[in-house]
Design a protein around this ligand. Structure first.
Ligand SMILES: NC(=O)c1ccc[n+]([C@@H]2O[C@H](COP(=O)([O-])OP(=O)(O)OC[C@H]3O[C@@H](n4cnc5c(N)ncnc54)[C@H](O)[C@@H]3O)[C@@H](O)[C@H]2O)c1
Length: 260
């Protein structure tokens, strides 16, 4: 049966590959991105988030079957705080009412294996408290510091997102409404986001020293698309609050059997 999917970040990389796969399988995709797909919206801003919800409502006629909240930034900037955490949560919460009319509603967000890296504790607390002005101010401080300090922004936003999913998936709004809410945590995927990190043998070696991927190494965005499409398919009725690491083994190497 054809279903309607909303995908953010649909103009590039993992989001684009997922849109392509779902379209090939006969589903309808409503893409959201800064530009280049169905709805232009800047998810770093309150206006952009409102535009996204209004336009998805209009284009879908009021009912969607799945949300794939995937837009993200790797840049060590405060804008990354706005997009990766608050833009993603606004996507999930803003579009959730449109799932009510679906017979098999599903939601997933794209976190990252970088959620395992040491976070900035102050930023993490502000994100988990849902304090956007405070988190943006802390993000600006980290951005100004530069270097390794600013580099903590990305992993911190992804850890907060994974923890937000864990905290919310089993609540009345999600599980209680029959909506499996889960996340994926990719390792290094070959997309425009990682082009600089993977552009030479030396760069690739340096990345793999930090992100060990013993199972088949770096991979293509379509490999994440297969997982995202399964998590948002009718077949997935019972996964709740799981962060599925699709990372060639980096989680198993880094966390070993401390996590199960
Ligand atoms: N590529 C990787 O190795 C990797 C690993 C782990 C997680 N991820 C996550 O996967 C997701 C997709 O990344 P990708 O690798 O496909 O990158 P990408 O850069 O190819 O695609 C990301 C998309 O998000 C969009 N986006 C960024 N800011 C936005 C905003 N303010 N409003 C609306 N859209 C915005 C971009 O325009 C872009 O089209 C991201 O959340 C990223 O953090 C990627």
């Amino acid at each position: 049966m054809s279903r309607t999917y909303v995908i953010t970040g649909a103009a590039s990389g993992i989001g684009k590959a997922t849109a392509t796969l779902l379209t090939e399988r006969g589903h309808r995709v409503i893409g959201v991105d800064l530009r280049g797909t169905d709805i232009d919206a800047d998810l770093a801003t309150a206006d952009g988030r409102e535009t996204m919800v209004a336009k998805v409502s209009e284009l879908s006629g009021g009912t969607i079957d799945a949300i794939i909240a995937n837009a993200g930034l790797l840049a060590p900037t405060a804008t990354t705080v706005a997009v990766n955490f608050f833009g993603t949560v606004a996507t999930l919460e803003g579009l959730r009412p449109l799932l009510a009319g679906s017979s098999a509603p599903r939601a997933v967000a794209t976190a990252s294996m970088a959620s395992l890296f040491p976070p900035d504790a102050a930023l993490l607390d502000l994100l988990l408290a849902g304090d956007e002005p405070g988190a943006l101010a802390r993000g600006a401080e980290l951005e100004a510091a530069g270097g390794d300090t600013a580099s903590r922004i990305y992993g911190t936003t992804k850890q907060a997102l994974a923890r937000w999913i864990r905290r919310n998936a089993a609540t009345a709004e999600w599980a209680g409404a029959g909506v499996p809410l889960n996340g994926v945590a990719p390792g290094i995927v070959l997309t425009p986001m990682t082009a600089e990190l993977t552009g030479s043998d030396d760069a690739r070696k340096a990345v793999l020293d930090t992100v060990p991927m013993p199972l088949n190494g770096m991979f293509e965005p379509r490999d994440v698309a297969y997982l995202l499409t399964w998590l948002t398919s009718e077949e997935n009725a019972h996964l709740c609050g799981q962060i599925v690491f699709i990372d060639g083994g980096s989680d198993a190497v880094i966390r070993g059997d401390s996590t199960w």
